[in-house]
Design a protein around this ligand. Structure first.
Ligand code: PRX
Length: 639
């Protein structure tokens, strides 16, 4: 496998970048030629940002699994595609060659087809980090079904909301998931969700943890039994469904500033090109290397850089079931040593949490196989950057700080490992095809260097969001109407004297907790669902490990005997409505919230108080009840 579009020098980067902006269509047309098409595309790009519309590789037909599997089965069938490291270090590692992976994907594809699932149908996948999760994703793609993976930490209600929104007809799940010392019962959560989801007619259940698991006749089917049936029939080859370039490949739900998560839709050809192009260039992947992305496939990072990017490149992707601190804080380093990992891609939260254990867990671990380190999901602070560089990379492995979003499909701004310079805490330069613009709050472009503003992108790239499922207006208004003719990222950004970009965090009501995106409105809705709660306001505050923590101000008028018990109950409600990841770190009971006369909550004030900035709260005279601010300041929860 060679990568004709891999950029190998700073000069080439500059040339390619220029080509990609001078004539984007010619640039991407040429890159598109390096993939397998069932029918060649006729036109590279059509777009209209005012309508929030982008189409790439029009007229073409393809299947992403032919590019991610069949192509490599033809040339390197025995190369390892996927390596799986189980939760418990003593349990057996599993690995799959390209031939085996293709075989298993085709088997499950047959199972899905037998259940009446076909092109365009939506399939919800709710599993732990087992190889079968990657197989399920690829089996959907094989038959043209649209996968919607839901992170295993979401609650039954969250699953139900997503299934209903997508009108999914099937669910693929596990009996349970193993994460650290915990055994998480996934199937029973699915059962609870499905009470509200009449669109689902089939549930395929993988037995993994052997935890007790009810199975409803006619609806629930064991994965292994279904595969056995296919085997009995000789496991015939399953031709890949021909998909139009713009046919949707997947939906992935993500939080925004409203209370309801939106289904980000990615299409087949553009996403494929972007996942492969960014993987090969940012990480400078070389054939035979072991790529370890520690994300969960429930998030976009896992989609693009555990499953699709590495497999499209014919690479070896390492998938880890567990958590960085189980059985101890040396687990990542043990995995690096055991599997001779070459590329490690993780989140600043993980780095900060491991920093807290000191260097002892690293001692004696052979990390000499590492060539490239990556960071994703949130701003990386300089201290964490240097620790990663010094203790993990031994100052010998470039760090790529990759900025992107669920909506962008793949990395947009990042240095290219060892090819373009890095700068601590800076994502640095845009990839070819990406044209960043900074604007002020009125949408005026801020030109020149040494400036900051809101980050927008001026021109489409192949991996851009196509729509929000079932509601294109929402896509238009969220991303394309805030600043006409620009894609708005929701992030604040600084451009230094040399044109390097540093992402400073969200400028909308979206929090980034441990690299997970959570809308403040979503958390407020969940808190307000608790009996006795009259109103709540949620803001983020700086958190040493998580990046941001969740601070909730709650007006509570229920039976109020014990603050701590009530707080605990509110947390239980939030867990039930969204999932444990959305639980506030701090809850402060208040008698009122700082509101303007028009009833708008002044979040700026609440954010400052949560930060401990009790002076200089700005003008509070326009508040309906300025006294409430003093009460909130007095009751602030510190520490
Ligand atoms: O605020 C940015 C932050 O994560 C947001 C996107 O979250 P999500 O869609 O869940 O995707 C996360 C994985 C790509 C962005 O709007 N973010 C992501 N990467 C970085 C980052 N902030 C700073 N630096 C990054 N490298």
């Amino acid at each position: 496998m060679s990568y004709p579009y891999q950029i190998k020098s700073l000069e080439t980067y500059q040339q390619e970048y220029r080509k990609s902006t001078d004539n984007p269509e010619a640039f991407w047309e040429q890159i598109g030629q390096h993939f397998e098409w069932k029918k060649p595309f006729e036109k590279t790009l059509e777009w209209d940002f005012l309508e929030g519309k982008t189409e790439w590789y029009l007229g073409g037909q393809l299947n992403i699994t032919e590019n991610a599997l069949d192509r490599h089965v033809a040339t390197q069938p025995d190369a390892i595609a996927l390596v799986w490291e189980p939760n418990h270090p003593d349990a057996a590692t599993r690995s799959f060659t390209y031939r085996e992976l293709q075989h298993r994907v085709m088997q499950l594809g047959h199972v899905l087809k037998k259940k009446g699932i076909g092109k365009g149908d939506r399939v919800c996948i709710y599993m732990g980090m087992v190889p079968e999760l990657a197989i399920a994703v690829l089996a959907c793609a094989r038959i043209g079904a649209v996968h919607s993976v839901i992170f295993g930490g979401f609650s039954a209600q969250s699953i139900a909301d997503r299934i209903q929104d997508a009108q999914a007809s099937a669910v693929i799940t596990c009996d349970g998931a193993a994460r650290g010392a915990k055994d998480i019962p996934l199937k029973s959560v699915v059962d609870e969700a499905l009470l509200q989801c009449p669109s689902v007619h089939s549930v395929i259940v993988l037995a993994h943890t052997q935890s007790p698991c009810n199975m409803f006749a006619g609806r629930d089917f064991w994965w292994a039994n279904e595969i056995a049936e296919i085997e009995k029939a000789g496991s015939p080859f399953l031709p890949a469904e021909a998909m139009d370039s713009e046919d949707p490949l997947f939906i992935l739900y993500t939080s925004g500033s409203t209370g309801k998560p939106k289904g980000v839709v990615h299409s087949t050809a553009g996403y494929m090109v972007w996942a492969a192009y960014t993987f090969v260039n940012v990480f400078q992947y070389q054939p035979g290397q072991i790529h370890f992305c520690t994300a969960d496939i429930g998030w976009i990072t896992g989609h693009s850089y555990i499953v699709y990017g590495p497999l499209l490149a014919g690479g070896t992707s390492l998938m880890f079931e567990g958590i960085p601190t189980y059985p101890d804080a040396g687990r990542f380093w043990e995995i690096v040593e055991k599997h001779r990992v070459n590329i490690l891609y993780t989140a600043p939260t993980a780095i900060r949490s491991l920093m807290g254990f000191g260097t002892e867990p690293i001692e004696g671990k052979d990390l000499s196989s590492l060539r490239v380190l990556g960071s994703v999901g949130e701003p990386i602070n300089e201290e964490a950057w240097h620790w990663y560089d010094e203790h993990i990379g031994k100052r010998n492995s470039p760090i790529v700080d990759t900025w992107w979003q669920t909506e962008t499909g793949g990395i947009l701004i990042s240095n290219l490992a060892g090819v373009t310079p890095s700068k601590p805490a800076f994502a640095t330069l845009p990839l070819p095809g990406v044209q960043p613009v900074l604007v002020d709050e009125h949408g005026h472009e801020i030109e020149g260097n040494g400036v900051s503003g809101n980050l927008c992108i001026r021109f489409p790239w192949p991996g851009i969001i196509r729509t929000t499922y079932g509601d294109h207006e929402r896509c238009k208004s969220t991303y394309f109407s805030v600043y006409p003719n620009l894609y708005f990222t929701g992030d604040g950004c600084l451009r230094d004297e040399n044109g390097n970009y540093r992402i400073t965090g969200r400028v909308d009501d979206v929090l980034n907790v441990s690299g997970h995106r959570i809308g403040t409105a979503e958390v407020e809705n969940a808190i307000n669902a608790h009996t006795g709660v009259v109103e709540s306001a949620v803001v983020g505050f700086p958190h040493e490990v998580k990046g941001q923590g969740i601070y909730a101000y709650v007006i509570y008028q229920g039976q109020h005997h014990d603050d701590e018990l009530t707080k605990r109950d509110i947390l239980a409600t939030v867990s039930k409505v969204i999932g444990p990841i959305a639980k506030p770190d701090k809850i402060q009971f208040v008698s009122g919230l700082p509101k303007t006369r028009s009833g708008k909550i002044m979040r700026r004030i609440l954010r400052k108080i949560a930060d401990g900035e009790l002076e200089n709260l700005g003008d509070t005279t326009t508040l309906l009840d300025p006294l409430v601010v003093d009460e909130i300041k007095d009751g602030r929860i510190s520490g």
